[in-house]
Design a binder for this molecule. Structure first.
Ligand SMILES: [Zn+2]
Length: 132
């Protein structure tokens, strides 16, 4: 399952719109109901309106009514050279905090389809919550 998601993340990165950084990112998000949502980073000449691949995938899924998620695979690299682990930024981690349990899997892949799996709890311990 992990390796398949990495393949899809690499596919998603092909649609990356990143003319300013040339840093292409792709994400493949798997829902609890086994639906797959792909996302890429989308940059903007004003910089601020740019969006990360992870949030693109989450927002596509959530706008389709999905609220429960199992895993996300992420690849990223300069000029689409996916050599190193590409960790999600803090903003994306906070979005994950809204919808994901601590055992949500974050799969960081590379171009050789090698990957490491982290849990959401490892990448964002003590996250902000409004409480009950
Ligand atoms: Zn991000």
């Amino acid at each position: 399952m992990e390796k398949e998601l990495v393949k899809y993340a690499i596919e998603a990165a092909k649609n990356s719109y990143s003319p300013y950084s040339n840093f292409r990112v792709g994400a493949a998000l798997l829902t609890e109901s086994n639906k797959l949502y792909l996302g890429c980073n989308i940059e903007n000449g004003a910089y601020g309106p740019s969006n990360c691949a992870e949030r693109t995938a989450f927002f596509k899924a959530i706008s389709d009514g999905e609220k429960r998620f199992k895993a996300i695979a992420i690849v990223g690299g300069k000029d689409g050279n996916f050599t190193d682990e590409c960790f999600p930024c803090g903003v994306c981690r906070q979005v994950m905090a809204e919808f994901c349990d601590k055992d949500f899997k974050i799969i960081l892949g590379n171009k050789n389809l090698e990957y490491k799996v982290y849990t959401f709890g490892e990448l964002l311990p003590h996250s902000f919550e409004l409480g009950e």
